[in-house]
Design a protein around this ligand. Structure first.
Ligand code: PLP
Length: 412
């Protein structure tokens, strides 16, 4: 039989999240259950912005005629999209990013995993605790995580994010080569202020580290003083890669389109001491293993930058933000520890009585018919918290709050 990648053995075989979805299925099958309201949705509830939908219909028409037919596109993405990204996401905000530094893809999750291809396998990685699970799992598959002991990997540096510090990650005491930062954060909803990001850029400069900055939720930022891009920080062009997605911005979770910025000024070194641009390596990697995002998706993404598209994106994200704000307000009033719900569609809530994540999950499910995500599934520091999202409708969010009101009163 064929030998397989042994690193897969180090992945947790049964996710807390798998158990949770089984529990929800069981709940739904029970005829005595209160109808379920999902406050755990990590996906946009649709529909697509009209501007994107129209542009994609038009793109299909292009492909259906011989005049405007498109076959393989450029691996790095069509210039029409890279140009508008450079202009609207960066230049308009005073940030220096060129179209040649932008790589369009079929989503942020793939890029986050694929970036491991251009980096040495023996690097030490640091991740926020709690964090989006892909950062760790990608590195487990690549062999950078070490051995799983309980729920801790021997070679990973965990950066605790605690309530008393706005859930910002703490600088590590040891040297980290790759640092994953996500802001606005999934799951905590915390958004890093400029001085926090500056601290990390300085650390990376001093240590010769690489920051991988995930800003999948930048379009939820309303406070203009908060950085939307790591490239707002001086010196970051030499130390950071930025990963972005149209999924949570334009409701593209099913369409699939995102992009990664690898500045031309970011350098790495081969084992023999020879220097190389990460931009060249990533380009080599993408041209070898990727044939570009679909023409249709890229036309859809381009439309999100039109006047109409921008208004629609604002309207959609405003709607999710309003739901998240209601949840934030509710938990705050109930005396819970709470983060997010501002500049983020996520709300992170912790019981004042020290209940465990799965206990809160079970209480809200059985007593209120409200599903949430146990915080402990995102890392040990997530214990005692649950994650809720603004992605359901306003009506359902209000109904969930009504149901939770009585229960939380008695829990207080
Ligand atoms: C949803 C999400 C992504 C990725 O999304 P794609 O749909 O693959 O573009 C990346 N990072 C975080 C933190 C997310 O929540």
């Amino acid at each position: 039989m064929i030998k397989v990648n042994d690193n897969f053995r180090q992945l947790p075989s049964i996710y807390l999240f798998t158990k949770i979805s089984r529990r929800l299925a069981e709940y739904r099958e029970n005829p005595d259950s209160i109808p379920l309201i999902r406050m755990d949705i990590g996906d946009i509830s649709g529909p697509l912005p009209e501007s994107a939908s129209e542009a994609m219909h038009k793109a299909v028409d292009d492909l259906s005629g011989s005049k405007d037919f498109k076959g393989y596109g450029p691996e790095q993405g069509y210039a029409f999209l890279r140009d508008v990204i450079a202009e609207k996401d960066y230049k308009e905000r005073g940030i220096d990013i060129k179209p040649s530094e932008i790589f369009v893809s079929d989503g942020a999750k793939c890029d986050l995993g694929n970036l491991g291809d251009i980096l040495s396998k023996d690097l030490v990685i640091a991740v926020m605790n709690p964090a989006y699970p892909a950062y760790i799992d990608d590195n487990v598959i690549d062999g950078r995580a070490g051995i799983l002991e309980g729920d801790i990997y021997s070679e990973i540096i965990y950066l605790p994010c605690k309530a008393d510090n706005s859930f910002y990650p703490e600088l590590p005491e040891k040297h980290a080569d790759i640092i994953y930062l996500c802001s606005p954060n999934n799951p905590t909803g915390s958004t890093m202020v400029k001085s926090e990001l500056e601290k990390w850029v300085k650390y990376a400069q001093k240590e010769g580290s690489l920051i991988i900055f995930d800003s999948a939720y930048e379009s939820y930022i309303r406070d203009e003083s908060l950085p939307r891009s790591i490239y707002e920080i001086p010196g970051s062009r030499e130390v950071a890669i930025e990963v972005r997605s149209f999924s949570k911005t334009g409701g593209f979770t099913g369409v699939r389109c995102g992009y990664t910025v690898v500045p031309g000024t970011l350098k790495g070194v081969y084992a023999n001491g020879e220097e190389v641009k990460l931009n060249s390596l990533w380009s080599r990697r993408q041209t070898t293993k990727f044939n570009g995002a679909s023409y249709v998706s890229q036309r859809g993404a381009e439309a999100l930058y039109s006047q109409k598209g921008r208004e629609e994106v604002k309207k959609m994200t405003d709607r999710y933000l309003a739901n998240a704000a209601m949840l934030r307000e509710f938990f705050h009033k109930a005396g819970w520890k709470v983060c997010g719900g501002e500049n983020s569609p996520y709300v992170w809530a912790g019981s004042p009585r020290g209940m465990k994540s799965t206990e809160i999950f079970e209480m809200l499910l059985t007593k209120c018919g409200v599903s949430t995500t146990p915080g402990s599934g995102f890392g040990s520091e997530g214990e005692g918290f649950i994650r809720l999202t603004g992605f359901n409708t306003a009506e359902n969010t209000m109904e969930a709050i009504r149901r939770m009101e009585k229960i939380l009163q008695s829990e207080k």
